[in-house]
Design a protein around this ligand. Sequence first.
Ligand SMILES: *Cc1c(COP(=O)(O)O)cnc(C)c1O
Length: 516
Amino acid sequence: MNYISTRGAGAGERHTFSDILLGGLAKDGGLYLPSEYPQVSAAELARWRGLSYAELAFEVLSKFCDDIPAEDLRALTHKTYRAEVYANVRPDPQHGHTAAERAAQITPLHSLGVENGAPLSLLELSNGPTLAFKDMAMQLLGNLFEYTLAKTGQHLNILGATSGDTGSAAEYAMRGKAGVRVFMLSPRGKMSAFQTAQMYSLQDANIFNVAVEGVFDDAQDIVKAVSNDHAFKARHAIGTVNSINWARVVAQVVYYFRGYFAAIEGQPVGSVPEGASAEQRAAVAATTPLADWPKVSFTVPSGNFGNVCAGHIARMMGLPIHRLVVATNENDVLDEFFRTGVYRVRKAAETYHTTSPSMDISKASNFERFVFDLLGREPARVRQLFHDVETQGGFDLAKSGDFARVAQFGFVSGRSTHEGRVETIRDVYRRYQTMIDTHTADGLAVAREYLEPGVPMVVLETAQPIKFGETIREALEREADRPAAFEGLEALPQRFDVLPADAGSVKAYVASHTGA
Ligand SMILES: *Cc1c(COP(=O)(O)O)cnc(C)c1O
């Protein structure tokens, strides 16, 4: 498997999965993608249906990381996707599954009911250590980093800025990992008590919480300034784990397969005779063309387009996905594009602070990957368009006719607002006795616009309600459910250092803790 940049520089070079694992952007500012998408066959899908999450992850990742020996990769997926790591399951008495059974599934499917003839369900991606879907990829990244660094004898100092979910997912993935330190900047006093406690209560020696005297943008600017000091970056082996990291995207591809299989569970594939055995059914499925497999739609609460980009890749591999529904909140950069063909990044003053804050983005950093495919993989045009983003704030693909092809990729979109998500949280609680978080509520509100009879709709659950408890109180007039492992979290001792919002202080801090 060879990886190329969406902007085409170094087209003659070869990059393996391990080459791009620790890096971020390609040298030309583009994003990495495989030179072509590996394909799945009906025989593979028929076999994969019955696999555990860890085995399925091994099969999917094998197609993308062919430079890691198979037994090593298998050990990594089994170490990552264990029931003990994804144990924050909520009870599901309606469906008679025990907590242990649900944890063993890693990403259990929680079916709600049938609406407009479409079976509607939630794919639970937030049962990991930080209660948000970012754990799904970040936990693998932690193990991949440790494995790769040990092989080469290198070490890595991860520098990041967070307003909540990403930073804690990174810290929980990297805690105690040999060869890795994490320096995570957060705006002092600006995160929720729960999010603050989640990060600052970590006592691991390789985790450094830095509370910056400023807002999130100040913290992010500091990370950019430090990263632009190439000499400092090289001397201190500074790396990042942001959402454009290819390994994070590819790890997320796995749960689209898992969600697909769960959504069609029990459904025959192909023409199966009455009373056929499980083996006979599998044999028929294995020879049924992918076009004749049942179709499933997914709705994805979206910000930086990382999660839904993984869905796009699963679909390009041949997984029978009908629609990929992109759901945004009031920060509707992506919804605007999928409705009109205009991609227009927002200025700071136009970026709203909402009650689904992990989707509050001004531009979608992974979007370039989809644009590359939409334009038939012409790097010169991608380079021009993202140059236009820098100079003119965006581009319009309706004029050139490229936008007309979006439908072939299955994409549609919608947006939600604060009132919409509060109403959806209330409705889902009353109708299905299920408590959902604000981001998932944006997803469900938009999913309801795209239900089609007979096509299962899977909404990705991206966080648990306890992370956004204030809005739960507003919607339901009660406290959000708190997984047992998080009782008393806010009372634990916290460990962090406070620094002024300037790059010099952060550099001095990093230098004093890396000893280089
Ligand atoms: C990060 C995040 C999102 C957005 O995901 P993208 O991959 O950036 O599109 C949605 N919901 C939650 C809870 C998140 O943490």
